[in-house]
Design a protein around this ligand. Structure first.
Ligand SMILES: Cc1cc2nc3c(=O)[nH]c(=O)nc-3n(C[C@H](O)[C@H](O)[C@H](O)COP(=O)(O)OP(=O)(O)OC[C@H]3O[C@@H](n4cnc5c(N)ncnc54)[C@H](O)[C@@H]3O)c2cc1C
Ligand code: SF4
Length: 547
């Protein structure tokens, strides 16, 4: 789908930045309406069959950012931002984080959007524009629950756990995975899921409905021009048109004059994700002299994410993927079940089971060794000591890890992190002192321990969330930074996604943000469908304001 960089023109009606949910939806809807669209994506265009299948390939696709250094290539598919307080895992490539996610597509309860943190224009539109947005996104992504005939062991284990918990409703959530071979809504042929469990390293079978399978080919089919390995640095405004300053990330071009390019546009839609869009706007405030809200970078949330493990249960759980050994596949897609505890008045949360992809499974013993070592230090837990021994045996066979459940929890955090530009490196960093000491995390810890008990296993925390490692958190659902609000006093964009200009309600009428960064707080469930619904609604409003 992507064009060679030499074909990049000087001017387009619309430049869209990023190709995750927000960017793909903007490109699709605006090109369908006849706009001349150019989409710029920093990652590469990789298709099913080209995603890593073993550890070496996975390492080649890892880009690891710490405040002081960057390891790996800047177009690697797995983008890990290691922070002092919170780390973030993202996808990078044509398709954005949809390439590496689990594809759970859930609508939050209406009460989420009735909170005062959402602007009144959106609150008034919950049952019209927003609902239409959800409907359109579902029609394109075609989420469906795992069919009843398929019963992975990890799903059975999650159901057993649910019976021991209060306020717990167990079900199979809709996921963006196809279970039969057919053409999808966008006319793209998709295969049936092989149950290999490698969704998070990239589905090599074309069964996962990433945006590469639906919105992006639709946009391309309607004339959108797509350029990959182009990283947008900042924007400047001349009073009429936008200048988009970019860096070309193709190897061989680094450091040369050709590596920096500018593109002009009548309208820009920023959809570079929570970290990407906030970073571009922070730089644009400084270098492009845009007058942006003082709230830019604030209200960062990890969507209350917590990772945990039920280690060495009494029966097999099979929560580790197989990579290329597909004939033995019976693991199931990354997430197939959900324990919905959102009715708990004090600590609402959802718990899902997960799969460690085959290509990354050798990293697991190392993390567990850290975790179990700490447990052994803190207590006299013989199971934990036995576990440390089994780490070695794991290298020769799957050992107790075949009996290990992975838990992924989403809850309500305080959304009080801040995204800033590091003055030395000019890169975005997350600052959230005490993020790991929020009371909700201790409550989740207790619930996961209860969930593990009926499985006969030992509950292990996320190895990062331990006192020796500074109680750091990791999130795969970063939200906020350019949040929606009534005016620039409370946030960065209005209810349409238009960027506020100055400190009041006036806006840059041709500059929009359409991704996870505009969500003003945790959703309590997986966010992709909400981000998609907001982007669908925003596209409708853009076309109404700029026919
Ligand atoms: C392991 C994992 C599992 C997940 N599972 C689920 C799930 O089951 N359900 C769910 O709802 N959510 C899930 N998520 C989260 C979900 O995928 C994200 O919330 C969603 O993709 C965010 O969409 P977005 O459009 O905001 O950004 P993204 O999808 O992150 O897209 C942003 C795009 O912009 C590009 N970009 C960034 N900076 C620049 C730049 N400067 N110039 C050009 N391009 C740029 C990026 O490469 C990327 O392609 C998961 C995430 C992960 C990591
Ligand atoms: S389980 Fe395997 S085949 Fe099915 S969606 Fe995930 S990666 Fe694709």
């Amino acid at each position: 789908m992507s064009s060679p960089i030499r074909e990049l023109k000087d001017h387009y009606q619309v430049v869209v930045v990023g190709s995750g949910y927000g960017g793909s939806i903007a490109a699709c809807r605006l090109s369908r309406a006849g706009k001349q669209v150019c989409l710029l994506e920093r990652g590469r265009e990789l298709h099913p069959g080209e995603y890593p299948n073993n550890r070496r390939q996975a390492y080649d696709e890892l880009q690891l950012h710490r405040p002081e250094l960057v390891l790996g290539r800047r177009t690697g598919m797995y983008d890990l931002r290691v922070g002092e307080d919170v780390s973030v895992f993202l996808g990078c490539g044509l398709g954005g984080t949809s390439l590496v996610n689990a594809g759970v597509s859930l609508r939050p309860a209406d009460t989420v959007f009735q909170q005062p943190s959402w602007p009144s224009g959106l609150r008034r539109d919950i049952h019209q524009g927003l609902t239409r947005g959800f409907d359109k996104a579902e029609a394109m992504l075609e989420p469906t629950p795992l069919p009843p005939a398929l019963q992975p062991r990890k799903l059975t284990a999650l159901e057993i756990s649910s019976r021991s918990l209060s306020h717990a409703r167990f079900s199979r959530p809709p996921i963006n995975v196809t279970f039969h071979e057919a053409a999808n809504t966008a006319g793209i042929h998709q295969s049936a899921c092989t149950m290999c469990g490698d969704c998070v390293s990239g589905c090599n079978f074309g069964a996962k409905s990433t945006t590469l399978m639906n919105y992006l080919p639709d946009a391309h089919g309607h004339g959108a021009k797509i350029f990959t390995q182009v990283q947008v640095r900042h924007l400047a405004f001349t009073g009429k048109t936008w200048t988009v300053h970019c860096q070309v990330l193709r190897s061989g071009l680094e450091g040369s004059e050709e590596s920096t390019r500018t593109v002009h546009a009548d309208m820009v839609v920023l959809a570079a994700g929570t970290l990407g869009s906030t970073e571009i706007l922070l730089r644009s405030g400084r270098r492009g002299r845009l007058q942006l809200s003082p709230e830019l970078g604030k209200h960062f949330s990890g969507n209350g994410d917590v990772l945990g493990f039920g280690y060495d249960c009494s029966s097999k759980v099979d929560g580790v993927g197989w990579g290329p050994r597909v004939r033995r596949a019976h693991i199931g897609p990354c997430i197939t079940g959900i324990i919905d505890r959102r009715s708990d008045p004090q600590w609402p949360m959802v718990i899902e089971e997960g799969v460690i992809p085959g290509a990354l499974r050798s990293l697991l013993p190392l993390s567990f060794a850290v975790a179990s070592g700490l447990v052994a230090l803190d207590s006299d837990d013989t199971r934990a000591r036995r576990f440390t021994r089994e780490v070695t045996s794991f290298l020769h066979g799957l050992g107790a890890l075949r009996r290990t459940q992975t838990y992924l929890v989403m809850s309500i955090d305080s959304a009080s992190g801040t995204l800033t530009l590091d003055p030395g490196t000019d890169r975005i960093v997350v600052q959230w002192p005490q993020a790991g000491n929020q009371p909700v995390l201790a409550a989740i810890d207790d619930v996961l321990r209860e969930a593990t008990a009926p499985l006969g296993g030992t509950y292990l925390r996320d190895p990062l969330w331990t006192s020796l490692l500074g109680m750091r958190l990791i999130t795969v659902h970063p939200l906020g930074g350019c949040v929606m609000a009534e005016s620039a006093q409370g946030g960065v964009v209005n209810h349409k996604g238009q960027v506020f200009r100055g400190s009041g309600r006036s806006v840059y009428s041709n500059l929009y943000v359409a991704d996870g960064s505009i969500v003003p707080g945790p959703l309590g469930v997986n966010p992709l469908l909400t981000i998609s619904a907001l982007a669908e609604r925003s596209a409708e409003l853009i076309l109404r304001d700029h026919p």
